[in-house]
Design a protein. Structure first.
Length: 191
């Protein structure tokens, strides 16, 4: 094994320092994703609660596919903008999208494949947990706002569990104030 001289070690440390200086430490994917999907998720859960409470007719559900289409279009446009960046996506952004697709993909799979096991509010709770995982991933990279919003989402899950008459309202509030709230905070703070 060769001995490293102090000047070689200094060169290596400077090179690592340059790499770390240029690396992206912030997520910077924009809050639009969180806002549109948080609002959509809250709307679905709130609508279900209002139908259960017989405050609106089930015929009012036509608005949900329209909201889904808006969320998909906004996400596609924003995703296209991110994909066209000349500097590409940073490592943390690629990791974020992997965690996002894995957690939300598993939530969607569970909703479709195990709808008898996870019916009614359990289905909404799965989406709350999946969205909280995404926020806690962001929080693990030093974002305290994501941590606070993830805690809000878990709090809504606990509240939904102990307030059976208001389960849908609690889960919808978690999505609105936790997930969409994080998106709004991110846009305001320019994260």
């Amino acid at each position: 094994m060769e001995t490293m001289h102090a000047s070689d070690a200094r060169d290596h440390i400077e090179m690592v320092d340059r790499i770390l200086t240029r690396s992206e430490r912030s997520l910077r994917v924009g809050g639009e994703f969180f806002i549109v999907w948080g609002i959509f998720s809250a709307a679905v859960t709130l609508t279900a609660q209002l139908v259960v409470d017989r405050r609106i007719a089930s015929g009012s559900l036509w608005v949900l596919p329209a909201l889904l289409a808006v969320a998909i279009v906004v996400s596609a446009i924003r995703g296209g903008q991110l994909g066209k960046r000349k500097d590409g996506l940073s490592l943390i952004q690629r990791e974020f999208f992997s965690v996002l697709w894995i957690s939300l993909g598993l939530a969607a799979f569970t909703d479709v494949a195990a709808y008898r096991i996870f019916s009614t509010w359990a289905s909404s709770a799965i989406w709350t947990v999946a969205a909280a995982i995404v926020l806690f991933f962001i929080a693990a990279h030093g974002n305290r706002k994501a941590l606070a919003c993830g805690i809000i989402m878990l709090g809504s899950l606990v509240a939904a569990n102990f307030m059976p008459s208001y389960t849908g309202y609690a889960l919808a509030a978690g999505m609105l104030f936790g997930y969409a709230g994080f998106g709004l905070i991110s846009l305001i703070a320019h994260d």
